[in-house]
Design a binder for this molecule. Structure first.
Ligand SMILES: [Zn+2]
Length: 155
């Protein structure tokens, strides 16, 4: 059974609470295409905070090992995940403010309702994945810059 884990991000930030857990890699549907194997689990931790300017922040950390598919030999490439991300929660687009003013270490996200932990974690993993994973010995000569890599530096 796959339970949906919903959290109230604003409440978590307001209360300064933390939570964490493990997610089976096999549940990361949107990551599945890049995987050689969906075995294993990843760990996550989320802690809420209100910063000095009254922003609702969630600090997310994700760690674990993914098995990606090598783009040359189609073999198993071990890819250690070690993500630390800070998210600023806003109620609607108007609150996103001026991108120029943003702290480069913090991504702003619009949260209308509850946050679904699984999809939030999937989003961050997808942003982190290499465009063309390969074994070192399979070379990087054919790797071209992805037009989508620009999106990785999202605001
Ligand atoms: Zn390879």
């Amino acid at each position: 059974m796959s339970e949906q884990t919903l959290i109230d991000g604003f409440e978590l930030a307001r209360m300064g609470r933390s939570l964490g857990g493990k997610i089976d890699v096999s549940r990361l549907d949107r990551v599945a295409d890049a995987l050689y194997s969906n075995s294993g689990r990843i760990d996550y931790a989320i802690s809420g905070e209100i910063d000095g300017e009254g922003n609702h922040l969630l600090h997310l950390s994700i760690s674990g090992m993914l098995h990606l598919r090598c783009q040359r030999c189609l073999g198993d490439v071990e890819y250690p995940l070690q993500l630390q991300v800070s998210l600023r929660l806003v109620k609607d687009e108007a609150d996103l403010g001026d991108v120029e003013d943003e702290d480069p270490g913090v991504d702003s996200i619009v949260v209308k309702d509850k946050l679904e932990i699984l999809s939030m974690i999937e989003d961050e993993i997808l942003l982190d994945l290499p465009f063309s994973p390969r074994h070192v010995e399979c070379g990087i000569d054919a790797v071209r810059e992805s037009p989508f890599s620009i999106l990785k530096g999202r605001v």
